[in-house]
Design a protein around this ligand. Structure first.
Ligand code: SAJ
Length: 424
């Protein structure tokens, strides 16, 4: 089983395709985005990843939008996005169409692996029935199905597709063996065999729900300690000196990205349709989703205290659109909740992100912080460390949504600027 097809060439699929190519597999990369395909055919990476930028130069991957090419491959891997819709319900449309389009072309005895994040039950209750309805395949007999949830961490210098441990589950033992031996050849890491597709699906949503609830825990602490006059960052660092049974997370202005704020809804939704209400997961989501408004409230209270003015008619800069520092990714970013809330209260907003200038109102940090009454920092981009020493800083209040400018509190004070943090 040396011929591999990867469907979806984003931050999950492209590294996987390039690694398989590097390991000697014969790889076909399928994507429907023509702009992306022409860049890839030109040996240009379409993701901001140093390893991918290097590998793509020598890559022998065949890039195409033609699912027909999958007729000659042994293993097809689905790596397409699984967002949630406005009502926070999982949107499986891309996974369903990719899985069926692949199955239609896969010959008997092939293996189909889903890496996209899906909630427990999707393989058994959605993908298998769909494939058997739309193709001549019988899953487990003429086509093997496995799930190996992706664990890519964009921008992480240490962990990449080649060295991250994986879990894999399958519909049949044969499918599990085929999938296990593929990943065993592909990566230099542990591969844990799960007892079912559902167990493998559950791993991913549990991993990311674990992170979401821990962030909600410290966000709630931050709101409480703001009233108690306790610096929650110092307390977390103090608690983290305990060498076991504690894992530090930090409060902030909100939880963004394509994983953490999304995956818990997969589990909440699936459990709900099966008669169980995840009160704790839902509460954690509500706490994290309340942080942008909590932050704007804090800024407005300080503005009233310092200038006697509310946000109505006030000029406020929002620094950072990306959900994560030093990357250009604004999916589910809390920045947009902050901007909407400020505008609802009548503020005049100037947004600036050096990584997302296309959606910024100005092109430089200088322009962004000049003649503003308030500043809200949403993303801890390295460039924003220059704010405190910037002479054009005229704001009355700055709210540091990530607690990374705390050490400049004195510098701000010397400039007559009130520095606020979340729990600091
Ligand atoms: N955040 C906090 N406090 C924290 C950690 C994160 O407020 O203590 C916020 C971030 O500002 C961001 C959001 O949560 O807005 C998500 O941050 P993240 O560091 O979890 O970044 P992601 O979305 O790239 O998460 C990925 C996930 N990886 C996979 O799903 C394969 C996640 O499981 C990893 O734990 C995370 O990277 C990581 O550890 O960096």
């Amino acid at each position: 089983m040396q011929r591999v097809g990867v469907i979806g060439l984003g931050y999950v699929g492209l590294p996987l395709a390039l690694l398989a190519d590097e390991k000697g597999f014969h790889v076909t990369g399928i994507d429907l985005d023509k702009k992306k395909l022409s860049k890839l055919k030109n040996h240009e990476s379409v993701i901001d990843d140093e390893i991918a930028k290097r590998q793509i130069k020598e890559s022998k991957v065949i890039f195409s939008d033609d699912f027909g090419l999958l007729e000659s491959i042994d293993i097809a891997i689905v790596c397409v996005p699984t967002p949630v819709d406005k009502a926070k319900n999982p949107d499986l449309s891309l996974v369903k169409s990719a899985a069926v389009s692949a199955a239609k072309n896969l010959k008997p005895g092939s293996l189909l692996i889903v890496e996209s994040t899906i909630n427990p039950g999707v393989c058994d209750e959605v993908i298998i029935p769909l494939i058997e309805a739309e193709t001549n395949h019988i899953v487990g007999k003429t086509l093997y199905l496995a799930h190996c949830p992706e664990r890519i961490n964009p921008g992480d210098p240490k962990w990449h597709v080649g060295n991250i441990n994986r879990v894999v589950g399958a519909h049949t033992d044969k499918g599990l063996e085929l999938a296990y031996s593929f990943y065993d050849k592909l990566i230099d890491a542990k591969i844990k065999k799960m007892e079912s597709l559902k167990e493998a699906e559950a791993c991913k949503v549990v991993e990311n729900s674990f992170r979401d609830i821990n962030i909600a825990f410290v966000n709630e602490l931050a709101m409480s300690f703001d009233k108690l006059g306790i610096n929650v960052f110092n307390v977390i660092d103090g608690a983290a000196t305990k060498p076991f049974a504690f894992m530090a997370h930090y409060p902030g202005i909100g939880v963004g990205g394509h994983c953490i704020p999304v995956d818990p809804y997969y589990l909440i939704e699936y459990a709900r349709t099966n008669g169980f209400e995840h009160k704790f997961l839902s509460l954690a989501r509500n706490i994290n989703e309340s942080m942008p408004i909590y932050s704007v409230d804090k800024l407005e209270q300080a503005l009233i205290q310092k200038t006697g003015k509310t946000l109505k008619g006030a000029c406020v800069a929002v620094l950072g659109l990306s959900y994560k520092a030093n990357v250009a990714d604004d999916r589910e970013s809390p920045s947009y909740r902050v901007i909407d809330t400020l505008k609802e209260r009548g503020a005049i907003v100037t947004a600036y992100d050096p990584y997302i200038l296309g959606k910024s109102d100005v092109k430089t940090l200088e322009e962004a912080i000049t003649s503003q009454e308030g500043i809200i920092v949403v993303t801890s981009h390295n460039e924003f460390v220059n704010i405190p020493k910037n002479d054009s800083l005229s704001a009355a209040v700055i709210l540091d949504g990530r607690g990374f400018l705390t050490k400049y509190k004195g510098t701000f004070l010397n400039k007559g600027v009130v520095y606020l943090g979340i729990g600091t």
